[in-house]
Design a protein around this ligand. Structure first.
Ligand SMILES: Nc1nc2c(ncn2[C@@H]2O[C@H](COP(=O)(O)OP(=O)(O)O)[C@@H](O)[C@H]2O)c(=O)[nH]1
Ligand SMILES: [Mg+2]
Length: 244
């Protein structure tokens, strides 16, 4: 099993790197998050760049980071090019990212942007949320923010505590997932399997309802008022036996 445990446990075996995929909208600080984590200028922060990969060591962990090409803000549809870019970024961290870092700016985040973001996450199936950690950026621009969890101040590269906290949390999440990385293929198959079962269940229920319909058409259950007791089904008296 690929458990991605990145910390060296003291023996000579080299642990596989922790694979992190950074996603989010354009100009929200994704590349800067990568740079803050690695403590270097590995990714281009001038914008408009394609998805990129960087390897490095940070806080005692071997890391592989993929900085995905930034998403647009259309909440109604995801352009084909964006989908392809996302799948391309995913393929850059084969066999799949251990953790997906979803970057959200603490400033300028409206309902529309949230909807647009969800639409893009949906491409990665519902299962993606099991592997996703939200990282807030631009928090330093808010004067009085109190959120402590995963707020990265990308303007403070020397603050390594914020990075080790984030990586600890990523490893906890990985452990909770039994060490399994995200696999789009697996979750797509799971979703197909679930919808197949749902379809089958619905068909069975409909068949049963159909059967019941036929029965009630074929058999007329009429209370007989002329007799003192008894139920008549198609003119035949049905005796009701009380077992009770
Ligand atoms: N003040 C502040 N600026 C940031 C922060 N993160 C990113 N930026 C700036 O926001 C701009 C976009 O950042 P970048 O990492 O390239 O965003 P990307 O397009 O999502 O990869 C750059 O000018 C960064 O310097 C942050 O946490 N605080
Ligand atoms: Mg970028």
């Amino acid at each position: 099993m690929d458990n991605g445990k990145a910390k060296n446990s003291g023996n000579d075996q080299v642990a596989p790197p922790l694979r992190l995929l950074i996603v989010g909208q354009k100009r929200t600080g994704k590349s800067s998050v990568g740079n803050t984590i690695l403590g270097s200028d590995a990714f281009n922060t001038r914008g408009g760049a394609d998805s990129a990969v960087a390897h490095g060591e940070s806080e005692g962990r071997q890391l592989m980071l993929v900085d995905a090409c930034g998403w647009g803000t259309d909440e109604n549809l995801v352009p084909k090019q964006e989908k392809l870019e996302l799948l391309n970024a995913l393929s850059l961290c084969e066999p799949g990212p251990h953790i997906i870092l979803l970057v959200i700016p603490l400033l300028y985040f409206s309902h529309c942007e949230k909807a647009a973001l969800q639409k893009r996450m949906e491409i990665l199936t519902e299962g993606v949320w099991r592997h996703t950690m939200v990282v807030f950026t631009l928090g330093d621009r808010l004067r009085d923010y109190r959120i402590q969890d995963h707020v990265l101040n990308n303007k403070m590269l020397q603050d390594r505590q914020q990075v080790s906290g984030l990586l600890d949390h990523a490893e906890d999440m990985l452990m909770e997932n039994g060490g399994w990385h995200f696999s789009l293929h697996m979750y797509c198959r799971l979703e197909e399997e679930w919808s197949r079962r749902e379809r089958e269940m619905k068909e069975k229920i409909l068949e049963r309802q159909d059967g019941l319909g036929k029965t009630s058409q074929g058999l007329a259950v009429v209370p007989n008022h002329s007799q003192k007791c008894g139920l008549y089904v198609n003119d035949t008296l049905v005796k009701l036996v009380n077992h009770g």
